[in-house]
Structures are given as C-alpha cells and as structure tokens.
Design a protein around this ligand. Structure first.
Ligand code: CIR
Length: 258
C-alpha cells in the first residue's frame, strides 16, 4: 500500500444546516449528521488511517469539508483560495494544523480561486476541474506551483454544471491505480496512466470513494456503482452520509488524507 496514513477531519458545526447548497434537498438534521460523521470517522479508522480531528467551527457552517482549503503533493502543502465569502477563513485553522507536517507550505498567490474538491491527484498528475468554484486563473497558478515545486504535471478541463466540484464525479484509488469516474466526464481522462472505471451518471457521488488496498468505502444508495466496484475486486462498505449530500458534500470532502 502507498504511504497515506493520516486523515484530517473536523466535526460538523451546529450551523451545518446553513451550509451552502446548489439546490434545496431538504433541511439538514444536525444530530443525524453528527452520527453519520462519527460512522464516517470509524470507517476511515477501519481502513487504517490515523485521524487528526479538530473541533467544529460554528462560524463556518461548511468547515466539515476540510478537503477544500488545501492541496497536498508529497511534502508540499498548498493553501488554496476558496471562492465563496461564507467559506473564506476556513483555511486559517486547516493551515495551522497541517503546516507542521510539511517541509514546504505555500499559498496560492493568485487573484483566481481553486477549491480542493476540484483537484484530483493521480500519480504525479493533477486533474483540475474548472467549475463554479475554481477558475482558469486559479487553475493556472496551481499548475505552475505543481510543476515548479513538486514536479507534477496538470490537466485542466471544464466540468458539467451539475457537479459542484470535479471530485463529485471522480476519485483515484492510489493503491490499486483505479480511477473511479462518472461516465459523463470519462472523456477528460483520456491518456491517463491509471485504470479508469466508469460508473453511472445517475448515481450522484457514486464515483466519490476512499480506499486502502482493496478495502473501499462509498456512499450508500448507489447499487449499480456498488456492483461495478465489487466486480472490479474491491471489498465495498457503503456509508450513509445523506445529511451531507443535501449540502453537496461527498465522502472525500470530509477529510484530507496524507
Ligand atoms: C459548499 O458548497 O462549499 C459545501 N456545501 C460543500 C463542499 C463540498 N466539498 C467538496 O466537494 N470537496
């Protein structure tokens, strides 16, 4: 297995129901969300990650989504620029906690924006989705940092508007070299060095999985995707994160793995 050992997680805020959302999918039940988050953390531990947990931040309803303020490439931590005012400021705590683990820490120095949910990292290659949250300027600035400071190449492409972030429709399973990807955006990954595994468009967040070795966790309620992943050899556990889905959160959004 590859060297990822730790997962940074932040508890859900009391204000979680004020989280940003693309459409109204109903009220978020914060009590239920806390239970779902606990189960999510347990599942990460069962995969073998050591958790670094920090407490909820009620001033930032979306602060549970710790994937978004940063990108990590080996010993390099890049602090990003979040697009929405409501989320700006989350990066301060994430930086404080993560910085001691990295020999190089840098801010995305750009007038553009990038959110971690739009940055999928393959073997030494970044895939950056231009989205509602990540723009061309931000993507260009991140690609330059990736090339100059980490020797990673980048591919940049627009994602369909139904996705908030690229990773809502794709995730890379580093140990097995499998790229799980919604069939709608498969074409953007032509020529990648890993093995793409297409999953159905209609199962929202089906492609957003986390694994170590063959053990994989995915969103519950995605039967077709579950079958495809099982047939591909993964030992699949599905997790109910329905309260987070209401505010466009997927599994990878709730941790920063490194
Ligand atoms: C937001 O709109 O920013 C949050 N409600 C959801 C963020 C999800 N993060 C992710 O996909 N990486």
């Amino acid at each position: 297995m590859k060297g990822f050992l730790r997962a940074l997680v932040c508890g859900p805020a009391d204000t979680l129901n004020q989280g940003l959302r693309m459409e109204n999918l109903g009220e978020v039940d914060v009590v239920k969300a806390r239970i779902q988050h606990k189960n999510y953390c347990l599942a990460l531990e069962e995969l073998g990650f050591r958790l670094i947990s920090f407490p909820a931040d009620n001033k930032h309803p979306d602060s549970v989504f710790v994937e978004d303020p940063a990108v990590i490439m080996e010993d390099l931590l890049v602090m990003l620029r979040l697009r929405c005012l409501e989320r700006q400021g989350e990066e301060k705590r994430v930086r404080q906690i993560l910085a001691p683990y990295f020999s190089k820490v840098i801010n995305l120095d750009s007038s553009g924006f990038v959110e971690g949910g739009d940055v999928l990292i393959l073997e030494r290659e970044l895939c950056i989705g231009i989205s509602k949250r990540t723009d061309g300027k931000g993507a260009e600035a991140l690609a330059k940092i990736a090339r100059d400071l980490a020797g990673f190449k980048s591919r940049v492409f627009e994602i369909p508007s139904r996705f908030l972030h690229l990773k809502g429709g794709a995730s890379f399973q580093g140990d097995t070299g499998v790229l799980v990807v919604s069939e709608e955006i498969l074409v953007n990954f032509n020529g990648v060095s890993c093995r793409p595994l297409a999953v159905p468009v209609e199962e929202r967040f089906g492609a957003n999985c986390i694994s170590r070795g063959k053990k994989l966790i995915m969103h519950s309620g995605k039967p077709k995707t579950k079958k495809i992943l099982g047939e591909a050899g993964f030992l699949v556990q599905d997790i109910d994160v329905s309260e987070f889905e209401k505010i466009d959160g997927a599994l990878t959004c709730m941790s920063k793995i490194f």
